[in-house]
Ligand binder design. Structure first.
Ligand SMILES: [Zn+2]
Length: 339
């Protein structure tokens, strides 16, 4: 026997990198599924991707001076579908693409829009979070969407802290941070909302997911998220939007805030039941039972992939952060304070 055939050292590939993160289920749909676009009034449209790419919304507004886009989709094929959708309505240039937060379903299409001539815009915090996390998301998600993912990622160079107004002729879009590193967080630690004052459309990012199963395992905790929902109620009372556009799920009204709270309370209770307050790890068996309980409590909710990724992460990493993990110190006033 020689060292050549029995080397002393080796690396050890482990799931999820070496195998699919989780098995495909029929309710997810397929890579060939198409999204759909709705007109929410004024010059504002919302494209929603199919469930196979997590039913994520891209908002775009057409103005006489060009097009502004919020969130860029997960896969290049959906970003291209949005481009084609815009091109079917106008040949005006796409001026800006703004990312509401750093998650890949809102940022991985950035390259497609950048190549189409758009300038990428986000909060400084979100830009740094994209740069710090995109590589890891590409690794993790290659266990699900593989070669359909983009080959790289693009970080916004045009950044702001707190707020920025984008002007297209006489039309303004107000971007404002709702969560940053000093505040309570919800679905993500960073969150920029967008307000279209002329059409009174408010984009609230992933703070609420009406009619959809929610991703709830990104190191955020439900106690934090409940506080954030209170902040959203205040904001909506101040702005009085005509339409609220969530990051996932159908555009609607303030009722989606109560619905989100109801969903999170029910899911948190079920997770606590199955994990005995976070002390017992989820087994394959208890995870399947928990999933069944959540799905039968919300039988009409679509978008099962974010639920299954969340449950997978709870099983792999533990539910403690989800239930009680809010760090001390997130006591800054809610953002924005300028409105
Ligand atoms: Zn999202």
């Amino acid at each position: 026997m020689g060292a050549d055939t029995n080397p002393a050292g080796q690396f050890f590939a482990a799931p999820p990198m070496a195998a699919p993160v989780m098995p495909w289920r029929p309710e997810y749909g397929t890579i060939n599924d198409l999204g759909e676009t709705v007109h929410v009034g004024g010059d504002v449209y919302v494209y929603s991707s199919p469930d196979y790419t997590v039913d994520v919304n891209t908002v775009y507004a057409i103005t006489p001076d060009g097009v502004v886009v919020l969130d860029s989709q997960l896969l290049p094929r959906q970003a291209e579908a949005v481009l084609a959708d815009i091109r079917a309505r106008t040949d005006k240039p796409i001026r800006y693409v703004s990312n509401s937060h750093h998650h890949p379903d809102h940022t991985f299409g950035n390259l497609v829009f950048q190549e189409a001539g758009a300038e990428l815009v986000s909060s400084y915090f979100t830009a740094r979070m994209i740069d710090g996390s995109a590589f890891w998301y590409l690794m993790f998600l290659s266990g699900m969407w593989g070669e359909h993912l983009p080959r790289g990622y693009a970080v916004p160079r045009h950044t702001f802290v707190r707020s920025r107004e984008l002007w297209l002729g006489k039309a303004a879009v107000q971007l404002f941070e709702f969560a940053d590193s000093t505040t309570v967080s919800g679905e993500s630690v960073d969150m920029t909302m967008a307000w279209f004052p002329q059409s009174k459309v408010l984009h609230v990012g992933d703070t609420v997911w009406p009619g959809s199963h929610t991703f709830f395992a990104d190191g955020t905790s439900v106690p934090d998220w409940f506080m954030q929902l209170g902040h959203i109620r205040e904001l909506v009372n101040e702005l009085r939007p005509r339409v609220i556009v969530p990051g996932h799920g159908a555009p609607g009204d303030a009722g989606m805030i109560d619905a989100q709270e109801h969903y999170l309370r029910a899911v948190a209770r079920m997770v606590e039941d199955h994990c005995r307050g976070g002390e017992v790890a989820l087994t394959d068996e208890t995870k399947a039972k928990l999933r069944q309980d959540i799905c039968s409590e919300f039988p009409d909710h679509r978008n099962h992939i974010p639920l299954d990724i969340s449950l997978q992460l709870l099983q792999m990493l533990g539910p403690v952060a989800f239930l009680v993990g809010r760090p001390d110190g997130a006591t800054a006033r809610r953002l924005p304070s300028f409105l």
